[in-house]
Ligand binder design. Structure first.
Ligand SMILES: Cc1ncc(COP(=O)(O)O)c(C=O)c1O
Length: 366
């Protein structure tokens, strides 16, 4: 579905130059390269501050810890399981709401109906690169007096109505998993925020609760319940080399997505997912009748596909006891049966995307 090699080749000289400097410094954790990348990433996201962490899961967990969240956290049932895992890691309890069937994003009306006095935070997800109705979630969180944490793990570079995501809440979590729009060669992540206080807390929470400004032996004092989730210097080299290309590569993704839109419009058996212009097109997802047969048909023709995601989170054993059963979130459950993700990455040739769309059409019209 994704070939990372062209992107790596495009940045290799700069990436290797930065890596050589790390080996010369022999400073592998929380050194000048991570600091430099944090400044570059903050600027690229339009955020006042960015803090590198060990993964997207850690970014969400640390946001919840920084916000002092206890009790229940309400999120989308249609997301990566790691969204729910991060809630558990923060010592909170995941609760789930249904999606808008047209966009597959968390539905603000359903979320509002499911909020209770026990809801300690809202955690909407900008899924597939498409910002959710973050203005609505901001209003819901504000009215309830609870924090709003944004899962932007699939939405590098996305803005909502032209505004950076940090304008809507001081907790925005990103993942640099290798296949993301901005990915490293292992695990990595970041938190962006408009608050210097939150940025300082996140720096402490990623590093065992230590004080990032402490001097001498006081460095070894832990001040708060925290985790160890630091972005490392070597991953930051690649991220700094890739970042200047992010906007152009997001534009290339959008072009392929438009090609799929046009080639699959009106195709029997296929339902298109509504996408706004502000999407950074992390994944191209369709609804497909007889999904598994379609996937086999495509695989036989050398076309890889994915399913993001095959089960809504309220049905995962890890989140048992969340109060919901099969049938309770019908839109997420139906989507989980129907969705399929098509090949999409910035260097996918237009001819190859056209071949994928033609094969799908052939499957449904043969
Ligand atoms: C929506 C979403 N949330 C959270 C995560 C967790 O990120 P990571 O794999 O970097 O821990 C991912 C990626 O896997 C994701 O796609």
């Amino acid at each position: 579905m994704i070939d990372l090699r062209p992107a790596l080749a495009a940045v290799e000289p700069e990436w290797r130059r930065l890596e050589r400097a790390v080996y010369e410094r022999m400073h592998f954790i929380l050194g000048p390269q991570v600091r430099a990348f944090e400044g570059q990433f903050a600027q690229a996201m339009g955020a006042p501050h960015a803090v590198g962490v060990g993964s997207g899961t850690a970014a969400i967990e640390i946001c919840l810890r920084a916000a002092g969240v206890a009790g229940e956290v309400l999120t989308s049932a249609m997301t990566a399981p790691f969204t729910g895992v991060a809630i558990l890691a923060a010592g909170a309890t995941p609760r789930f709401a249904d999606i808008d069937p047209e966009t597959l994003l968390l539905d603000p009306d359903d979320a509002a109906n499911r909020m209770t006095r026990r809801t300690g935070a809202l955690l909407p997800v900008h899924l597939y690169g498409q910002p959710c109705r973050i203005d609505r979630f901001r209003a819901l969180a504000r009215d309830a007096g609870i924090p709003l944490v944004q899962d932007a793990c699939q939405a590098h570079g996305a803005r909502y109505q032209g505004q950076p995501l940090t304008r809507f809440s001081p907790y925005v979590a990103y993942s640099f998993y290798p296949t993301k729009n901005l990915g490293c060669l292992g695990d990595g992540g970041a938190v962006t925020t408009g608050s210097a206080r939150v940025a300082g807390l996140v720096r402490s929470l990623r590093d065992g609760g230590r004080d990032p400004n402490a001097k001498g032996l006081r460095v070894q004092i832990s001040h708060r319940a925290a985790t160890n989730a630091r972005l490392d210097e070597l991953q930051a080299c690649l991220l700094s080399a890739l970042l200047p290309h992010l906007d152009a590569w997001n534009a290339a993704r959008a072009q392929i997505a438009r090609l799929y839109d046009e080639a699959l419009a009106g195709c029997p058996g296929v339902g298109l997912v509504r996408r706004h212009a502000c999407s950074v097109c992390h994944l191209y997802v369709i609804r497909a009748a007889r999904r598994e047969r379609l996937r086999t048909y495509l695989a036989e023709r050398g076309i890889a596909t994915g399913v993001h995601y095959p089960a809504p989170l309220h049905l995962h054993p890890a989140f048992a006891g969340n109060g919901l059963r099969r049938g309770d979130l019908p839109h997420a459950e139906r989507a989980a049966r129907e969705i399929v993700s098509l090949p999409l990455y910035p260097f996918l040739a237009a001819d190859d995307a056209a071949r994928v769309a033609a094969a799908i059409r052939a499957f449904y019209t043969k």
